[in-house]
Ligand binder design. Sequence first.
Ligand code: PRP
Length: 212
Amino acid sequence: MSDIINIALPKGRLGDRVYEMFAAAGYRCPEIENPGRRLTFENPEAGVRYFWVKPSDVAIYVEKGAADIGVAGLDILSEYRPDVYELFDTGLGKCRMTVAGPRGFKDDRKKTLRVATKFANVAKDYYSSTGRDIEIIKLNGSIELAPILGLSDVIVDIVETGATLKQNDLEVKNTLFEVSARLIANKPSYRFKRERITEIKNRLTELKSKGE
Ligand code: PRP
């Protein structure tokens, strides 16, 4: 098998489902099913090598060519804007990018709006399109805490089931866009390993259309 394809998977629940999709498409890798502390897994017969990375790092691995392809959420891609090709919407990891805040919160446009988020670029773009003055409070997790503790007025964050918001007396004020996990490719890899990358994309596409 020529051209082993290096694949960056987002570590965690989404990554497990993405791997299952690749496995069902013919790219199973028995090593990955008993991982221990290893981070790379190879199946030369299937011509694939997987590695688990932090979900927010997938785009960097692919952009820099450490991985030929990878799967990253549209939330991450919208924030980091890597110079990669987006090949396919896996339909996995569906959620929404939203503005959320305390129930009953009314925006006072005379004041600068304090926005807590992991997605500073997404938030800046959204509020600049609405002409609203904001201050970004960049956090790395547990964003919902910020309005509860008075650190921010609202948050820009992903919402999946809505349970986290609900249990913290917050609500969605606005949906910015729908998110799902996308197959992305490094640009030079796509040129030089086009046949194999296209084969993977086609098999995933076929699998998805059968499941729909
Ligand atoms: C994400 C997101 C919300 C939560 C939404 O956090 O930032 O906090 O999931 O999911 P829900 O609508 O189903 O409740 P994540 O679990 O990735 O952890 P984080 O707080 O470290 O960002």
